[in-house]
Write a protein of this length. Structure first.
Length: 285
């Protein structure tokens, strides 16, 4: 393995919600509401970070632009935030959509959001040559879903999703990174993953696909390689959910165009936020 490694991380941050050692949400401490998220992202010390369940201008998370907060915390030189839905989080009602806003918008250092939304972000310390974004429609039905702080599953409706891709300049040349947050509805998330595979087929190798797939174990890799030998491999087998006592791996970093010898150190550190643990992998890129 080469000496120059790129540290990649994916983290479903649960809008920066603090989670106690028993897995239950904790009341926010006085002070800067964005501090726990900033501290968690900075602590990853990653060159490229994919974040899921990011809030923007939501009252529950202090009304801040969480993607911009995270980018500043890690020292990202470029980043994008894609809205999965424009909405407000209302206690007792969940997401209340904003009918005046389009399905997806993409923001970054030079374009700031003006209305509340929720989505995912891709942040990079490395130079970026190209950005692209994709909207993934929701499943037409919901499913029971475990929620932090609830003893029993909650019937949840699926929501639109987003994907972000970037062509970065690494130590050994260009490579592609893709951030996703797939549906929790079984089967629908597999279809979304296949859609993403087709969407990035023209982007340069090596490719790094990372995010919360809502698929366990080897299922994401098997899905990507199902129709032909496309050479996708996993980078780590580490349980990431729930954060206080990880039992399953929902968060993945998959590789295309890289061998097993390109994978260095792997970590799933506990942070003060989220019901997921981040997955951090060092790669020779």
């Amino acid at each position: 393995m080469g000496e120059l490694l790129v540290r990649c991380a994916t983290f479903n941050v649960l809008h920066g919600q603090r989670i106690g050692p028993d897995g239950r949400p904790e009341t926010a401490a006085p002070g800067d509401p964005s501090a726990p998220l900033a501290e968690a992202v900075a602590g990853l010390d990653a060159d490229v970070v994919a974040l899921q369940e990011i809030d923007c201008l939501q009252e529950r998370s202090g009304g801040v632009d969480q993607a911009a907060v995270a980018a500043a915390a890690m020292g990202a030189r470029d980043w994008r935030y894609a809205t999965a839905l424009h909405c407000r989080s209302v206690p007792g009602r969940g997401w209340v959509p904003d009918p005046t806003e389009p399905g997806m918008r993409v923001y970054g250092p030079e374009r700031q959001p003006e209305v509340p939304s929720h989505g995912l972000a891709l942040l990079s310390r490395l130079p970026v040559h190209e950005w692209r974004a994709l909207r993934l429609p929701p499943a037409p039905f919901g499913m029971p879903l475990r929620v932090a702080g609830r003893a029993a599953p909650v019937l949840a409706r699926d929501q639109p999703r987003a994907a972000l891709a970037a062509v970065l300049e690494g130590p050994h040349g260009p490579f592609t990174v893709v951030a996703v947050h797939l549906s929790f509805v079984p089967g629908w998330n597999i279809g979304q993953l296949r859609t993403v595979r087709r969407w990035i087929a023209d982007l340069p190798q090596p490719r790094v696909l990372m995010g919360d797939f809502n698929l366990i174990g080897a299922l994401p890799r098997a899905t990507l390689n199902a129709t032909s030998r496309r050479g996708w491999r996993g980078s780590a087998r580490q349980a990431t959910f729930p954060s206080h006592r990880p039992l399953v791996q929902l968060d993945h970093i998959l590789l295309n165009g890289l061998g097993a010898d390109a994978v260095g150190a792997v970590d799933v550190p506990r942070t003060a936020i989220s019901d997921h643990r981040p997955l951090v992998v060092e790669l020779a890129l």
